[in-house]
Design a protein around this ligand. Structure first.
Ligand code: FAD
Ligand code: UDP
Length: 373
């Protein structure tokens, strides 16, 4: 077969979506070139090794899924350790276990049985909750009552989103588990862990033998790049692709401050959330604990939530009605373009976890090729 162009696919973005796509299409004998504007591969799951510690450069990443197919898929590339995410929260001077469970209720109220804890929550929900919550505050009060809302949610959420809880959509809070057992596991999923050797092991496995280029911005060299491949997979911001013609989508950005400390254990846990507004950051990550590290030193990261502008990294889509309307117009236009495939959290303007991104990329491969990966 004579190829029209050097590559079958130019993949813009070396995150999980692009890397899974490239891996699967290469297996189907398609020739792929993966580019990224950053100076490394991996997108937001990239880890940087410092002092023998895998530092999650773009924030804590814990792999979790209920889907055995996705779990088996990632296990082709790395062995996972038995890390279970159990963050603690510093709120009004005291430490509490998360997610909201019997330990949290005991620390908050001294309740010792599910019945005692449930009675307090039910009473507060009856007093402060509503039948059809219209915003995050109403949703939280209707789910967990006033004490939990005020101790753990209100100030953290307002720092995280830069908006009043009454101006935020209810769904943001729905994913936090509430349990009447003494179980500090942050996730309900069956499979969970951190890849031994860090996430780069998975990315390197996915991209092994595939042409890649870093420090290449698609928009800076668009014509030359387009000439190289028959089709493009685009995983960058969808509004940027269309030169913001229907308006700019909003995001929340983050700033990470990494610090090296001359101690082998700074906070005793991988994740400590700082609920109170008096702390400018939302959480501190101590990376070595993800891998039960025994290093003499430690690296911590303070995570600050920030207003996004075009000069900053876009991390969280702000899925309110206004942005959804704008996104819909871009999506409709993107669906008219047969040679360009849009995928991933920036091109789909959706807050996807890693397992969802992998599933979405595998589905796309199957849609295009007719072959189930
Ligand atoms: P990305 O990883 O963002 O990759 C897109 C790539 O495209 C980037 O590398 C970017 O540089 C590149 N790009 C964009 N535009 C261009 C261009 N013009 N030219 C060239 N390259 C371009 N998920 C979990 O499952 N568990 C967690 O604990 C978890 N924690 C998270 C914590 C934080 C703070 C954040 C922000 C996300 C977290 N996630 C977590 C979600 C996870 O990061 C994503 O699901 C996943 O990394 C998205 O992959 P992607 O390929 O869609 O995007
Ligand atoms: N949240 C909160 N207090 C906490 C942790 C989370 O109020 O201690 C809220 C906050 O609004 C956050 C949402 O729950 O945006 C989802 O939290 P998660 O930890 O899943 O967020 P992510 O890790 O994706 O930033």
């Amino acid at each position: 077969m004579v190829r029209e162009k050097e590559y079958d696919y130019l993949i813009v973005g070396a995150g999980l979506f692009g890397s899974v796509f490239a891996h699967e299409m290469t297996k189907q004998n398609k020739k792929c070139l993966v580019i990224d504007k950053r100076n490394h591969l991996g997108g937001n799951v990239y880890c940087e090794e410092k002092e023998g510690i895998n530092v999650h450069k773009y924030g804590a990443h814990i792999f979790h899924t209920n889907d055995k197919r996705i779990w088996d898929y990632v296990n082709q590339f790395a062995t996972f350790n038995n890390y279970v995410n159990s963050p603690v929260s510093l709120s009004k001077g005291k430490l509490y276990n998360l997610p909201f469970n019997m330990n949290t209720f005991y620390q908050l109220w001294g309740t010792k049985t599910p019945r005692e804890a449930k009675a307090i929550i039910d009473e507060q929900v009856a007093k402060y909750g509503t039948k059809s919550p219209k915003n995050l505050q109403e949703q939280a009060l209707s789910l967990v009552g006033k004490d939990i809302y005020e101790t753990f949610i209100k100030e953290y959420t307002e720092k995280q989103w830069g908006k009043k809880a009454t101006e935020l959509p209810a769904f943001i809070i729905k994913r936090l588990p509430v349990r009447f057992t003494f179980d500090n596991n942050y996730f309900n999923d069956r499979y969970q862990g951190i890849p031994i050797g860090g996430y780069n092991t998975i990315i390197n496995g996915l991209l092994k033998g595939i042409d890649t280029k870093t420090n290449v911005d698609f928009f800076a060299e668009r014509q030359q790049l387009e000439a190289l491949a028959n089709k493009i997979v685009y995983t960058g911001k969808i509004d940027e692709f269309f030169d913001y013609k229907y308006g700019q989508l909003e995001y929340r950005s983050l700033r990470f401050e990494h610090e090296l400390h001359e101690t082998n254990n700074y906070q005793g846990n991988a994740v400590v959330n700082y609920n109170d507004a008096s702390y400018a950051f939302t959480r501190i990550i101590e990376h070595k604990h993800f891998e039960f590290g025994k290093q003499d030193k430690t690296i911590i990261t303070k995570e600050y939530s920030e207003t996004w502008d075009r000069g900053k990294e876009a991390y969280y889509p702000i899925n309110n009605d206004k942005n959804q309307e704008i996104y819909k117009r871009y999506r409709e236009e993107s669906q008219q373009l047969n040679d360009i495939i849009f995928g991933g959290r920036l091109a789909e303007y959706r807050y996807y976890d890693m397992h969802q991104i992998i599933a979405s990329s595998l589905t796309k491969v199957q849609e295009i090729s007719g072959i189930k990966p």
